[in-house]
Every structure is written in structure tokens, then in C-alpha cells.
Design a protein. Structure first.
Lengths: 390, 259
């Protein structure tokens, strides 16, 4: 497998890793190989994930909210965060989702928009993985159009009364705190809702064909009474919620290159050992054409991820550039995994190989954190100056 | 209590390891260099002892310039500082020379306990910890699967073929550990970033008061006389059972003088 990874690095991107980034990459890769990879088939097939135990292990590694400053977070660069996302998603997109939602959605929202008390209370245990967070924006009837959300918070004296529901919420039922976005008389605002608050219940989504190694829940708020300090004081309007998504998308741009790389490495190994007509199928022109196209596509994705890392680390990144990355890299990763599956033939449809598991996971990644279609229109608006959907 | 961990950088056992045909020493360029596997357990044990008893953990490595990568990894696990003995004169050094250098380098650090892995995956001689004890005249506690410290008394459980012996010695003491002893931690991200700023003291043999003219391959007490690359595995011999399979197998084993 190491050999396959070396061969896939056609542009010698590995050689440019700085020493500490290489150590970080190697550490997370070894952790993934030791602790995650041996279990991922079982978790995926059972549709169950020991999210709380894993969160503590990720916390000990120091990767939860690693790109945030202070409050127990490490202040890593965006590129370092991206490197970690790729290594975790090389095992499974569901595991990277756990890390993304914790760090880039829940923790980022509290870090960016929370009060000092909220940050002090939640960020250190969340960085350590002792507390989990989730992020509730999407609703059963409000997906790409979050402005149409129905969840509503009204004032009742000093308190707030929250009513509504959120759908497709990663880490929902295992979270200690939910960052929930709701309409108020003063526009959309963010609230911190703790597990166990009266009227707040969760129901897991079962029967998934994708992201099976990930907890997905519906959150219900039945006139939940919240104290005045539950509101995120600096989050003004929907723009605040959307900025969290831009943050999380950045991790996806990197993460999916890990899934694609893992699928392609497994495929390269398989093609080299599977013999038909008296020779390895890797020696046939049809297979080589597929492998060449997929490896080039992978290298292009990795370059896009690196470029966006440079832009973000220099503080220049703009939302449409993150859309570029998500648009390009998720589509590429999905196509790589689908096509790679054909090289594995019948073996490719089992969980013995990671390829189709990655492909079905990526079907979700294609849609979540801004659908592929919405990112298309973001790029269209950037190019033409004409907004097609707002 | 101050602890020194003896860490060796070796070629990755998962790579295709080679000897350099020109001088029959290890070819350190053909395979990725890594921390000797069992030394990670020695580092972990040192960190645990530090957490329990306080003090500093120093990494001591004898090796070429590229060993810095392994030293940084050891520092990222939580060690405080490092001493790196790096000198071209040590190329091809034998185990006795290495032990002499380590003993000298230990003289530059304040320490109570020196911990090593019980063997290195490249040479597999398992003698350096014992040689270091001998050179220093310090007691040796070898093959430890458990280490406990009470004041200046160190007690270990030494693995034997049938169980374990409980062995005790006063500090300063040299300990070698086996891989049953613990589970090495992963470096944390904070540890990786902190390691960048931890001090690594680089010393050559002159700084240790050693005469470079007495060291290295030409002065080694052992020599690799010759070596061959293992031949590729030959195709097996198929014995077809035509009612006499048992006899054929017995004949084959007899022809190899195995029965």
C-alpha cells in the first residue's frame, strides 16, 4: 500500500511537506491505520459508530478544533488541518465528518460568535473530545434555502422559547451541545442548546446507504425554554451560520482527496495482482487508461487543496474559492471511486475493498455542506455577476 | 528523577532493506528511516516515569544527520530535550564503539535512569544496553516488562522463558525494556509543534573526548565478511497422490534427511 501511495504521488507533492507537517501526516496516518482502519468495516456494516470514544482519541491527538486559537485549541494552520482531514477521510468520510462538525461547525461557531463565558465553558472540553457538539441549520423543508427555515425563537421575558426541528444533523444524538440556528423577530440567530434541556429530543436517521459510520439525527425542539445567555451574541443573521459552512467545506476540499487516494491505492494494488488472460489486468491498455485518468484527477485535486490552503493561510481566501474546491474535488473523488470500482470487478462491490464504500459515502459529501448544484451557481454568479438563485 | 532514553534510528522494517556493497554497512538511503520499534516503548516508559516522579526526559541518539527526524518525533511524544552524537567518523561503528560513545555522551547529561529498547531491528544484536552498563560500571536491569521506582531504588520484572524475575538495583541504572511493557502514545499536534523549539545538542566525537582515529569501520571489533541477497523463492514441487502420496512424501523427507 505504501508503494501504491508513492506511485500515485506523480507530482511529488509529498516531497514538499515541511518536517512538522510530515510528522503530523505520519502520526495521523499511523493512528488511522492502528485505531480506525481495523474497525471501519464493522462500523460501516453495523451502521454504528462509537463516537464518544473516538472523540476522546481524536482529542488526545489534538485534532479537534486544531485550527482555532486559544481555549485549549492548537492554532494550527489551515493546511495542517487539511492534511489531517485527508488522512482521516482516507479511512472513511463518516469519521472526517465527526471531526469536521466538531471543529469547524460547532467549535468554530462558539469561537467566532460565542461570549467569553460560552467559549470558556465549551471549547476546552470539546478540544479534548470530552464534550461533543453538533450544528443545526438544515431542516426537513429547508436545505439549500436555509432562509426559509421555520425553527423560531421568541422572547418570553428574559428567556427564549425555541420551537422547530432540524434534519440531517451529524453527531446530533451524541452531542452535549447543539448550535441551533433559528428565526427571531430580529432575524436569524444562533443558540446553544444543551443535551437534556426539557423539550429537546433527538431521533437517529437509520436505513442509510451512505455515511453509515456516522451518527445522523433529527433534532426536535418542542417549546424549549432557553436562558438569555444561550444566544450566540456576535452571530448576526444567516451570514454567520453560512460562514461556519465555508469553514467546514475547506476541510472537505482536503478530506475527499484522502478518500480518492485510498480508493485508488487499493485499486492499483488489486490491478497489479489480479491476473486474467495470463497477465495482471494492470497491463491492459483499458485498465491503464482508467488508472492514468484517475491518478491525474487525484493529483489535480490535491493541487487545488494545497492552493486553497495557501489562500486560507494567507488570509485571502474568498467563499467562491472554497466553492471551487468543493465543486472540483468532491466531483473528482466521486468519479475516481466509481470508476476505480470497475477495475475491481465483482470484488469491488463488497466491503472487503474500501472503494465502493468511499463512493457511496461521497454521494453524501456531494450533497452536504452546500450541494454541488449550489456551488455551481456560486461559481456562476462569480463569473457572470448574475445571481441565479437568490 | 532525570531519565535518558537511548534511541536508535533504523531503516523501516517494512521497506526493502539492503547492505551497501562497497563497504558492507547498512544502506541508509534506500529505505525510510524510523525510530527503532522497541525504542518507542522505552520513550513511553520514560514519559510515564516522568509523569509519576517528575524530572526531565532526554533523548540520546548516535547516528547520522538524518537521525534528527527521529529525534524530533521522540521530542513530539513529550521528551524535553535531546543529545545527538553525529560524526562521520562513526560510520560503520561496531556495538562496542557505539556503547563507548553512548557512555561518554551520558556523561554530558545528569541522569538517574537510562532506558533503551531491548534490541534494534537492523543489527538485532541486543548487546548495547549491557555494553553501556559495563563501560559505565552501572547496574543493568534488562528485558523489563514493568518498571517501578522508589526513591533511588529501581525494581523491574525481567521477562524469562517461564515467567518473570523481580530484579532490583540502585540508580544510576541502565534498563532495557521489551514491547510488552506499555503502549506507546501518538505524538499530539501540540507535541509536534512544541518539538520544533526543544533543544537538540549536537556533539561530535571530539566534544566527547574521543579520538576519531580509534573509531569507525576500520577499527570495528566485528566485520561483515560477505553477504548475499536472499535468492528468490523457488517454485514448489507438486506431489500427485496416486494412492502412494504418503510414501512419496516420506521418501521426499528422507531424501532431505528430515526423517
Amino acid at each position: 500500500m505504501t508503494d501504491a501511495l508513492d506511485r500515485l504521488d506523480l507530482l511529488e507533492l509529498d516531497a514538499d511537506l515541511e518536517e512538522e507537517n510530515r510528522l503530523l501526516r505520519d502520526t495521523v496516518r499511523k493512528f488511522a491505520d492502528d485505531r480506525l482502519r481495523p474497525n471501519i468495516r464493522d462500523w460501516f456494516e453495523a451502521g454504528e459508530l462509537p463516537a464518544r470514544e473516538l472523540a476522546e482519541e481524536f482529542g488526545a491527538l489534538g485534532v479537534l478544533g486544531m485550527h482555532l486559537e486559544g481555549y485549549g485549541c492548537s492554532g494550527a494552520s489551515s493546511t495542517q488541518y487539511g492534511i489531517v482531514c485527508a488522512e482521516i477521510e482516507a479511512v472513511d468520510s463518516g469519521l472526517r465528518s465527526l471531526v469536521s462538525v466538531q471543529g469547524s461547525l460547532a467549535m468554530y461557531a462558539i469561537r467566532a460568535f460565542g461570549s467569553e463565558e460560552q467559549r470558556q465553558r465549551w471549547l476546552p472540553p470539546m478540544a479534548a473530545g470530552r464534550a461533543l457538539g453538533c450544528f443545526g441549520l438544515t431542516e426537513p423543508d429547508a436545505g439549500s434555502d436555509p432562509g426559509s427555515m421555520r425553527t423560531y425563537a421568541r422572547r418570553d421575558g428574559e428567556d427564549w422559547i425555541l420551537h422547530g426541528s432540524k434534519m440531517w444533523i451529524t453527531n446530533g444524538s451524541v452531542a452535549d451541545v447543539a448550535v441551533v440556528w433559528a428565526r427571531t423577530d430580529d432575524g436569524v440567530q444562533g443558540f446553544l442548546v444543551e443535551r437534556g434541556t426539557a423539550g429537546f429530543t433527538t431521533t437517529d436517521v437509520h436505513h442509510k446507504l451512505s455515511l453509515r459510520a456516522s451518527v445522523t439525527s433529527q433534532l426536535s425542539f418542542d417549546d424549549v425554554r432557553l436562558p438569555s445567555d444561550a444566544v450566540l451574541p456576535s452571530a448576526e443573521g444567516l451570514r454567520a451560520a453560512l460562514s461556519c459552512l465555508t469553514e467546514a467545506r475547506f476541510g472537505i476540499v482536503w478530506g475527499v482527496t484522502g478518500a480518492a487516494r485510498d480508493a485508488l491505492a487499493a485499486t492499483l494494488d488489486y490491478a497489479g495482482t489480479r491476473t486474467q488472460f495470463g497477465r495482471p489486468i494492470a497491463g491492459f491498455q483499458l485498465t491503464q487508461r482508467k488508472l492514468a485518468e484517475l491518478a491525474v484527477s487525484l493529483g489535480q485535486s490535491q493541487l487545488v487543496a494545497r492552493r486553497l490552503g495557501q489562500l486560507k493561510d494567507s488570509g485571502r481566501i474568498r467563499p467562491h474559492q472554497v466553492s471551487f474546491g468543493k465543486f472540483a474535488n468532491v466531483k473528482a473523488a466521486l468519479e475516481i471511486c466509481r470508476e476505480a470500482r470497475s477495475i475491481l470487478g465483482g470484488s469491488g462491490i463488497t466491503t472487503e475493498y474500501p472503494v465502493l464504500r468511499h463512493a457511496v459515502n461521497l454521494e453524501t459529501v456531494f450533497t452536504y455542506e452546500g450541494t454541488h448544484e449550489v456551488h455551481t451557481l456560486v461559481l456562476g454568479a462569480q463569473l457572470t455577476g448574475l445571481d441565479a438563485y437568490r | 528523577m532525570n531519565i535518558v532514553v537511548l534511541v536508535k534510528q533504523v531503516p523501516d522494517t517494512e521497506g526493502d532493506r539492503k547492505l551497501d556493497p562497497s563497504d558492507r554497512t547498512i544502506d541508509r538511503t534506500s529505505v525510510d528511516p524510523v525510530i527503532n520499534y522497541i525504542d518507542e516503548f522505552a520513550i513511553e516508559e520514560a514519559l510515564r516515569l516522568k509523569e509519576e516522579h517528575g524530572g526531565d526526559v532526554t533523548i540520546l541518539t548516535v547516528g547520522p544527520e538524518q537521525a534528527t527526524v527521529s529525534i524530533r518525533k521522540a521530542l513530539s511524544m513529550g521528551a524535553d530535550k535531546a543529545v545527538h552524537v553525529c560524526d562521520e567518523a562513526l560510520h560503520g561503528a561496531c556495538a562496542i564503539q557505539t556503547a563507548t560513545v553512548i557512555a561518554k555522551a551520558l556523561g554530558t547529561v545528569e541522569w538517574d535512569v537510562a532506558i533503551a529498547g531491548s534490541e534494534a531491528t537492523d543489527s538485532r544484536m541486543s548487546v548495547v544496553p549491557a555494553l553501556v552498563s559495563e563501560v559505565l560500571g552501572a547496574p543493568q536491569l534488562s528485558q523489563a516488562r514493568k518498571v517501578s521506582v522508589d526513591g533511588s531504588t529501581v525494581t523491574i520484572e525481567r521477562v524469562t522463558e517461564t515467567g518473570f524475575d523481580r530484579v532490583q538495583a540502585p540508580t544510576p541504572v541502565v534498563i532495557s525494556v521489551v514491547e510488552k511493557i506499555n503502549e506507546p502514545r501518538y505524538p499530539s499536534f501540540k507535541g509536534i509543534m512544541a518539538a520544533k523549539n526543544k533543544p537538540i545538542e549536537v556533539l561530535d566525537t571530539a566534544a566527547l573526548g574521543l579520538d576519531a582515529g580509534t573509531l569507525g569501520l576500520v577499527n570495528a571489533s566485528t566485520a561483515v565478511v560477505s553477504f548475499e541477497v536472499a535468492p528468490p523463492r523457488a517454485a514448489g514441487q507438486v506431489v500427485k497422490d496416486e494412492g502412494d502420496g504418503g510414501v512419496k512424501i516420506a521418501d521426499y523427507l528422507a531424501s532431505k534427511k528430515l526423517v
